[in-house]
Design a protein. Structure first.
Length: 348
């Protein structure tokens, strides 16, 4: 039996904790609420039943009711409502790549794998723990997270601005709210994006069947408005390198938007990009993709450019970072492949 907590940065919005279990061989048929009580001793049956009633208990990726009877090898996922953890943040000596700093703010270049803030199983080892070690008396935002104005996903790299004073926090947060900041991401997506540029809109909210995903809707009651402007930077036949400029900053916005038009991010496991979605059936091609996945063991997304007005000087500040090494190597591999292999347009 295995259990894990995953993708906490997505679950923070609704205060859920996610667990995953596989029913062992030899398990007798048993109501799932009783079974989960046995293996989750600190969770009440009422809480499990409430999760099932709300569509937050899945067996083999299908939502079930609490009277479902488990059988061997069933894969169970359950999302439990989780109360906020105590507001204690332990300082940790985690290195920071500081791109710029003054008495009002700092800009950092976040590496892959670093969770931005503590929550639901990630109470240590986060950017906020690092900030607490390196800086004293950072202002608290509305969620009691010191210095944070915005965030990016755990496995996304790139630029974040951190406020060092109350006035800076207020000023910067207002810029993000009014959509006056500049945010450009670089992403590699599956498929040949036909249009050189375009704008993706709609409303982004939690996926109705998979609560670990966000999805795009036409109904404003299903999510929050989201706008992404994309443009093609380079084409490699079976994948495309794109620039994505954000007007809004919804959870997983680029990941959900690009999937909605049939171009999931390369190696984005949460949105299906970790499969071979385009290309040939040749064994050598499959080996090439496997090598690309090893070079880029995460979604190919980097927050490259960040711009905002300085809260005290009024100066327009723009910061730009080079692509991380894994993404650079991935691009070079695809450049080489596209130059040395004929691309089947029907498979792109």
């Amino acid at each position: 039996m295995n259990d894990e907590i995953e993708n906490q940065e997505l679950l923070d919005d609704d205060l859920f904790e996610h667990f995953k279990f596989e029913v062992p061989k030899g398990q007798a048929f048993l109501r799932i609420d009783k079974y989960l009580m046995q293996i989750m001793p600190n969770v009440t049956r009422n809480k499990i039943q409430k999760a099932a009633d709300n569509g937050n208990v899945y067996v083999n990726d299908l939502p079930i009711k609490s009277n479902y009877k488990v059988k061997p090898f069933d894969v169970i996922r359950i999302l439990l409502e989780h109360p906020p953890f105590e507001n204690r943040i332990d300082p940790e000596d985690i290195p920071l790549d500081i791109v710029y700093e003054d008495d009002q703010l700092l800009v950092i270049n976040k590496p892959a794998g670093l969770v931005v803030h503590p929550g639901h199983g990630n109470y240590t080892g986060t950017l906020v723990n690092a900030l607490a070690f390196h800086f004293k008396d950072l202002p608290m935002n509305s969620s009691n997270r010191p210095g944070l104005v915005h965030r990016i996903d755990k496995d996304t790299t790139g630029l974040l601005v951190i406020a060092k004073t109350e006035s800076a926090l207020t000023h910067l947060a207002l810029q993000f709210e009014k959509k006056t900041t500049e945010r450009e991401y670089v992403a590699m997506v599956w498929g040949n994006v036909k249009e050189d540029q375009g704008t993706l809109g709609g409303y982004i909210g939690r996926h109705v069947k998979d609560r670990m995903q966000m999805a795009l809707y036409d109904d404003p009651n299903m999510g929050k408005p989201a706008v992404t402007h994309y443009s093609v930077l380079e084409r490699f036949g079976y994948v495309t390198l794109v620039s994505c400029v954000l007007e809004t900053g919804r959870t997983h916005q680029i990941r959900a938007h690009m999937k909605s038009i049939g171009h999931p991010l390369f190696n984005d496991a949460r949105y299906g990009g970790d499969l071979i979605l385009k290309g040939t059936t040749f064994t050598k091609y499959k080996q090439f993709i496997d090598n690309c996945f090893k070079v880029m063991p995460r979604q190919a997304l980097h927050a490259k450019t960040l711009g905002f007005v300085h809260p005290t000087t009024g100066e327009m500040m723009r910061f730009d970072t080079a692509l991380p090494q894994d993404m650079h190597e991935l691009i070079e591999k695809w450049r080489g492949y596209s130059k040395n292999h004929e691309i089947d347009e029907e498979e792109a």
